[in-house]
Design a protein around this ligand. Structure first.
Ligand code: SAM
Length: 245
């Protein structure tokens, strides 16, 4: 089992995002980068270029940083003008006008307080999007068993399926998700299967505010659920614009 973003998890990544029909983060990142045009910003976990490519095309000076060689290769092939460094951020040195970490990449990092402190050494502005696993906590998604997650029809006529299994420890904010990717031919026979595992951290509102305060970040803007829905809805996704204080 690999720890992710190689094989099917890389090559089907964008197709699965599209299939989910979630609102795009792109306008939110663009808004954050608006005041920083012409100054170099770092995008940590730029993946297949899904968001990095359009940002660069729109004229933003954004450098991608991606630790999966397969994701970096997909990004360079699709968006040759978007520069991507293939490196784990924890080993990366540099100073930037701002850092953006969309999707939930930050939640893959061990020791969030230490990483937030390190981020403040590299930039004094940060864009962060985090998710909160309400469906797992409420039991809407059953723990410790495989369930269907998503399915896409591939350009070859084959299908790509994703099943997920999770373990959650609410007290310590830990979510471990196994992903099972299955390639099936047009008759439904299994051609190949791959499994990955993801270890994520999640934070209650209070825990997050505490963490940000301790690591020297101040929230200047907070957007719930990617700007969709109303104020009474549960916050599944929180986007924060932060400045170092
Ligand atoms: C959830 S995906 C999001 C990809 C992209 N931001 C998007 O929204 O399409 C997380 C990405 O971050 C990368 N990643 C995870 N940890 C990283 C690290 N420590 N340094 C650099 N990239 C990392 C993964 O390889 C993966 O491509």
């Amino acid at each position: 089992m690999n720890s992710g973003y190689e094989g099917f998890e890389a090559s089907w990544h964008d197709l699965f995002w599209e299939a989910e029909e979630a609102p795009s983060e792109l306008p939110l990142i663009e808004k954050f980068l608006e005041d920083r045009k012409g100054r170099c910003c770092l995008y940590i976990g730029s993946g297949s270029g899904r968001l990095l490519g359009p940002l660069v095309t729109a004229g933003h000076d954004v450098l991608g940083l991606e630790c999966s060689s397969e994701m970096a290769r997909l990004s360079r092939a699709r968006f040759p003008d978007a520069k991507v460094l293939e490196e784990e951020w924890q080993n990366h040195e540099g100073k930037y006008a701002a850092i953006v970490i969309p999707a939930f990449t930050f939640q893959l990092f061990l020791d969030p307080q230490k990483q937030l402190a390190r981020l403040s050494e590299q930039a004094d502005a940060l864009y962060l999007t985090l998710f909160f696993p309400w469906a797992e906590i409420s039991g809407d998604l059953p723990p410790n068993e495989w369930y269907f997650d998503r399915k896409v029809v591939l350009p070859t006529g084959e299908t790509g399926e994703l099943e997920t299994q999770h373990k959650i420890k609410e007290q310590i904010g830990s979510l471990v998700r196994k992903h099972r990717y299955t390639l099936r031919d047009a008759s439904g026979n299994i051609v190949k299967r791959e499994e990955t595992v993801q270890r994520l951290r999640f934070f209650t509102d209070v825990a997050l505010k505490n963490l940000l305060k301790k690591s020297g970040w101040k929230i200047i803007n907070e957007i719930n659920n990617l700007g969709e829905g109303d104020d009474n809805e549960l916050v599944y996704v929180a986007t924060l614009h932060l400045i170092a204080v």
